[in-house]
Design a protein around this ligand. Structure first.
Ligand SMILES: *Cc1c(COP(=O)(O)O)cnc(C)c1O
Length: 387
């Protein structure tokens, strides 16, 4: 048996003629960087997500950095974020000269805990950077309420959540948020809820290119204009540079591939949800594993279970022996990475979750038999260790 955690070949085989044709047109046009294909992708994504502006950049990391810069966040500022994410989240904050401040996370969603955000606010706080981890929207109504109360900006790290929809904070949550805000945001795509959204098109993401790429989304005209300048060396007009910027242009071959794939993203995200629902049903919770909370807007970039009693690595090895791939996202919380050595006190809950999480195979084309085989193997392992 060989079940990789992710297999991109099946999707390419299905789309080969469309994608190869689209790439050939770009090659013939010889417009390789930005240009009409990138503009069309930007328009299509803006209209898909329901935002005024979408700005293509080089990567998700650059999208975060440029978003922070466009909001004028830098030296001496603090940005509150989650400790439980890929390092690009905190790195972007550090790279612009600001200080990442790590809030607590929630046990059921793995996302930033709004109550903890409030405790971390100081006069230096400028922004909140929630991450929609594994494709699950963070509690945006409460986060927005806090941002409004304290005059903070919100940068959504949507790298794992293209197409995820926000349906309120109160699903399975005891903390009541104001009904007004919940209703006005209900059913909105992530990336259009905060001040700026940052997306990644890294090949393994839900909407993945065949190379690096990223996108900034916003409803703020001024932020959009600055982001457009920052991605091309701080210029509105070529050779009339007004500020320090970056070389962070999206290339046209990636854009044309993404335009093809955008037509399928809803279907693919639904397929991911179906797989997650099946795993949840087949596995269920027991003494050794906790399955993820299912919510309607969750796009399951990862399907991540918790393995109790210090047995996570044992299960990972067991699955590997059976030819089943699994991954640990993320073994070390961002604040405990060597880069920040000695700067932050570890959070007990984050430390615990980092030692329990295990992500299982999930991608839209995952064969039905593989879903069942993965679940069977885990149930068998559970039986073995209970005996
Ligand atoms: C992938 C990812 C990024 C970075 O995106 P790149 O395109 O690889 O630069 C940022 N944040 C999170 C949460 C991610 O998963």
């Amino acid at each position: 048996m060989k079940i990789p955690i992710l297999d991109l070949k099946l999707q390419y085989q299905q789309l080969k003629s469309e994608i190869d044709g689209a790439i050939a047109l770009v090659l013939e046009s010889t417009q390789f960087v930005l240009g009409p294909e990138v503009q069309k992708l930007e328009q299509e994504i803006a209209s898909f997500l329901g935002v005024s502006h979408a700005i293509g950049v080089n990567s998700g990391t650059d999208a975060l950095i440029i978003a922070l810069k466009a909001l004028n966040i830098g030296d001496g500022d603090e940005v509150i974020t989650t400790p439980f994410s890929f390092y690009a989240t905190a790195e972007s904050i550090s790279l612009v000269g600001a200080k990442p401040i790590f809030a607590q996370i929630e046990e059921d969603s793995f996302n930033i805990n709004p109550l903890s955000i409030k405790e971390k606010i100081t006069p230096k706080t400028k922004a909140i950077m929630p991450v929609h981890l594994y494709g699950q929207p963070a509690k945006m109504a409460q986060i927005k309420e806090i941002a409004q109360e304290y005059g903070l900006k919100i940068i959504e790290d949507c790298a794992q959540a293209f197409g995820a929809k926000y349906y309120g904070d109160c699903l399975g949550c005891e903390q009541k948020c104001s009904d007004n805000q919940r209703n006005s945001m209900d059913g909105k795509y992530v990336g259009g809820i905060g001040d700026v959204g940052a997306f990644s098109f890294y090949p393994t993401k839900n909407l993945g290119a065949y190379g690096d790429g990223g996108m900034i989304t916003t409803n703020d005209d001024k932020v959009a204009e600055l982001a457009r300048m920052l991605r091309v060396h701080g210029a509105k007009k070529n050779y009339h540079n007004e500020m320090l910027g970056y070389n962070s242009r999206l290339d046209s071959i990636q854009a044309t591939i993404l335009r093809v794939k955008l037509r399928y993203i809803e279907k693919w995200n639904q397929a991911r949800q179906n797989i997650a629902r099946q795993y949840n049903q087949l596995l269920g919770n027991n003494d050794f594993i906790i399955v993820p909370q299912f919510s309607d807007g969750h796009v399951f970039h990862q399907y991540t279970i918790r393995v109790k009693n210090g047995k996570r690595d044992e299960l990972k090895d067991y699955l590997a022996d059976k030819g089943i791939g699994s991954m640990i996202y993320y073994p070390i919380p961002q604040d405990q990475l060597p880069v920040y050595e000695g700067q932050y006190i570890p959070h007990p809950l984050t430390t615990q979750l980092a030692s329990e999480v295990l992500s299982l195979p999930i991608y839209p084309e995952l064969p039905q038999g593989d879903i069942e085989a993965v679940a069977d193997a885990i149930i068998q392992w559970t039986k073995n260790i209970s005996d």
